[in-house]
Design a binder for this molecule. Structure first.
Ligand code: AMP
Length: 282
C-alpha cells in the first residue's frame, strides 16, 4: 500500500494508473471490521482502492468528542495492508482546509438537516459535506463506498452528489452494517466503552430488534416506549431519538403501511459515548 499525504502526491500517483476505476472509502480512522467491509467491497467492484483517514474537525459539534476521538494509525495501516488496500490518503488539516476552518461552504440539505442527527448535532452535516466534497475533488473516484451504519449520512452524501451534479460520474454504494457477534454495531467510539459496557450497549440493537419484530402489530408510540425502556434499563443515560421513518426520505411515520419501506433509527448516550444505529424494517 502506498501512503500519500498531499493532494499533489496522490494525483500524480493516480494519473499513472491509466484511468482504471477508482473506489474510495473515506474514514476517520480507528478502523474496525466495518471499515474493512467497505474496503473489501471496493476491491470487488473497482481496480484501485483509495482509503482516506482524516479526523474532520468541522463535523464535530462537541469539542470533547473531537478531542477524545480514538487515534490508532499503526493498527489502521496494518489492517489496510491486510485488506490489500492500494492507497492510503492521510492528509493534514491544512491540506484539506487550505483556507482555514472558517468561511466554509454551505450546502442546501433541506429537511435532512433538521431531523435526527441534523437536529441533535448542529452543523455536523455541513462539516461532513465540506470534507467529502474536498476529498472527492482530490481523489476523483468512480465509486464511493459508505456504511449503512450512518444511514442519514448516506442520504446527505447522495444529496451532495446531486448538488454537485456528479450523479452521472460517481456511483454511491452503501454497505450493510457490520456487527459484533453480540449485535452491537461496530464503531470507532465503542473503543471508549469497557467490555462490560459494550455488552450492555447491545441494548441499542435489542431495542431495534423489538421494533422490527413488532412494528406490524403494535402502535409506533408504544414501540418507542418499549425501546426506551430497554435502553434505560441497560445503562443508557440519555436518548436523543428513537424514530421510525420512511426509509427513502426519512420523513417520520406514525403507523405501519405496506406501501412504504421503513427504517428505525436510534441515537443514545452510554455515559458520555454517543452511539447510533439503525435497522431496515421491511
Ligand atoms: P467513520 O470512520 O466512522 O467516519 O466511518 C467511515 C465509513 O465507515 C462510513 O461510511 C461509515 O458509515 C462506515 N462504517 C462505520 N462503521 C461501520 C459498520 N459497523 N459497518 C459498516 N460500515 C461502517
Amino acid at each position: 500500500m502506498i501512503i500519500c499525504k498531499t493532494e499533489t502526491a496522490l494525483q500524480l500517483l493516480l494519473k499513472n494508473k491509466n484511468q482504471q476505476p477508482i473506489g474510495f472509502v473515506p474514514t476517520m480512522g480507528a478502523l474496525h471490521k466495518g471499515h474493512i467491509a467497505l474496503i473489501e467491497e471496493s476491491k470487488k467492484q473497482t481496480s484501485i482502492t483509495v482509503c482516506s483517514i482524516f479526523i474532520n474537525p468541522t463535523q464535530f459539534n462537541d469539542k470533547k468528542d473531537f478531542e477524545k476521538y480514538p487515534v490508532t494509525i499503526e493498527s489502521d495501516i496494518l489492517q489496510l495492508e491486510q485488506a490489500h488496500c492500494n492507497i492510503l490518503f492521510l492528509p493534514s488539516v491544512e491540506e484539506i482546509y487550505p483556507n482555514g476552518l472558517s468561511n466554509l461552504a454551505q450546502y442546501n440539505l433541506g429537511f435532512l438537516e433538521e431531523i435526527l442527527e441534523g437536529k441533535y448535532r448542529a452543523n455536523h452535516f455541513q462539516g461532513v459535506c465540506n470534507v467529502v466534497e474536498r476529498l472527492l475533488r482530490i481523489v476523483q473516484p468512480h465509486t464511493l463506498f459508505l456504511g449503512q451504519k450512518d444511514y442519514q449520512q448516506c442520504m446527505v452524501i447522495a444529496q451532495l452528489i446531486h448538488l454537485m451534479q456528479w450523479q452521472h460520474t460517481l456511483k454511491l454504494v452503501i454497505v450493510p452494517t457490520i456487527r459484533e457477534a453480540s449485535g452491537l454495531a461496530m464503531s470507532s467510539r465503542n473503543s471508549r466503552l469497557s467490555t462490560d459496557d459494550k455488552q450492555k450497549a447491545t441494548a441499542i440493537y435489542k431495542a431495534l430488534q423489538v421494533i422490527q419484530d413488532n412494528y406490524k402489530k403494535q402502535s409506533f408510540p408504544s414501540l418507542q416506549k418499549a425501546a426506551e425502556g430497554i435502553l434505560f434499563n441497560s445503562g443508557f443515560n440519555k436518548i436523543d431519538y428513537i424514530s421510525i421513518c420512511n426509509a427513502d426520505n426519512l420523513q417520520p411515520i406514525e403507523s405501519y403501511s405496506t406501501s412504504e419501506k421503513h427504517v428505525a433509527l436510534i441515537a443514545a448516550y452510554f455515559g458520555d459515548v454517543r452511539l447510533i444505529d439503525n435497522m431496515l424494517l421491511n
